[in-house]
Design a binder for this molecule. Structure first.
Ligand SMILES: [Zn+2]
Length: 316
């Protein structure tokens, strides 16, 4: 794990999944907890190396690779955990991640590995941010706070909504460093996965639009190195936006004739030269294709219909 100091006392712990570590007055605030016990242990060693004890762990979203290590830290240190609403519920009931990937049915064995099924933890502080997707009926984005200031021990942080990649993902700003979770992926991820994971394509695009304008000097993502404010973060966000817009247009293009979801998924994957070699990769990619279909349906460009016991998508 690489330990990069982005500002005095604010570190980006770069590994398979990145974490953040802010230190002040002998205390440490960890942002995300990595995939598992091993990742969490590495974070703990980083904190010990800096001579601080962990005051709290803030978890940005309920994907196993970012909070899987939280249970270990909670049991080992009794450290309090913070997470946004809804994501917190999924962290406490981790079967929900493979359950939604598998369409709500009992997940197959392959979806029960640590990349999609983390050890559950108990969230001590649920942050009441609510994204549009999960807001109660009738609520508007105006009544939903965008930023949420928070004091955790000696740390004054700001919680910022970053919905789209996960339903209620947030980022955490400490001083001039913004830990922006999986709101933006590096070029290598775009190259490898092609269809970057999102549950709400419109919200992801809106988040990517907003991100470069936020008033921070450094942007520390959940994967890949940190970006500087200005051109660096703007370019990364533009590349991510362009990819998701391309995904949506390729889904639309593939609907020259009405298609069932599996056929559509295969055509879009082929068009991107994506080779899915595991069922997990298939289900993750399917979620992004379904998010593109939701977006197109919301815009009135496609509609769903039943034909001879087949669910088909067609252009309107
Ligand atoms: Zn994620």
């Amino acid at each position: 794990m690489r330990q990069v100091e982005l500002a005095p006392g604010i570190f980006h712990l770069q590994g398979g999944s990145n974490m953040g570590l802010a230190v002040q007055d002998g205390k440490g605030l960890l942002i995300d907890a990595g995939l598992d016990k091993d990742a969490a242990r590495q974070a703990l060693r980083a904190a010990e190396g800096l001579g601080v004890t962990l005051e709290a762990v803030f978890l940005t979203h309920a994907h196993a690779d970012h909070f899987g290590g939280a249970c270990f830290l909670q049991q080992r240190l009794g450290v309090p955990l913070y997470a946004p609403a809804l994501e917190a519920a999924m962290m406490e009931n981790t079967i929900l991640e493979p359950l939604y990937l598998f369409g709500g049915a009992a997940p197959i064995g392959e979806l029960r590995h640590k990349f999609t099924l983390a050890q559950a933890c108990r969230i001590d502080h649920v942050i009441p941010v609510v994204a549009t997707l999960v807001a109660p009926a009738g609520a508007t984005t105006e009544v939903v706070p965008t930023n949420y200031p928070l004091e955790i021990g000696p740390f004054r942080v700001e919680v910022v909504r970053l919905p789209g990649h996960a339903p209620n993902q947030v980022g955490v700003a400490v001083g001039e460093v913004f830990f922006c979770a999986d709101a933006v992926f590096p070029a290598e991820t775009l190259e490898k996965h092609k269809l970057t994971f999102c549950v709400d394509l419109d919200e992801t695009l809106a988040t990517l639009q907003r991100l470069p304008g936020l008033p921070y000097a450094r942007f520390a993502p959940g994967h890949g190195p940190a970006y500087r404010a200005g051109e660096e973060i703007a370019q990364a966000c533009a590349a991510n936006r362009a990819r998701l817009e391309e995904v949506r247009e390729r889904v639309y293009t593939a609907l020259e004739a009405p298609q069932e979801t599996p056929t559509l998924l295969r055509q879009v994957a082929d068009a991107f030269g994506l080779r899915m070699t595991t069922a997990t990769a298939y289900f993750l990619t399917q979620t992004t294709v379904l998010a593109a279909l939701s977006s197109l349906e919301r815009a009135g460009r496609v509609a769903v219909a039943m034909e001879s016991n087949r669910l088909v998508w067609r252009r309107t």
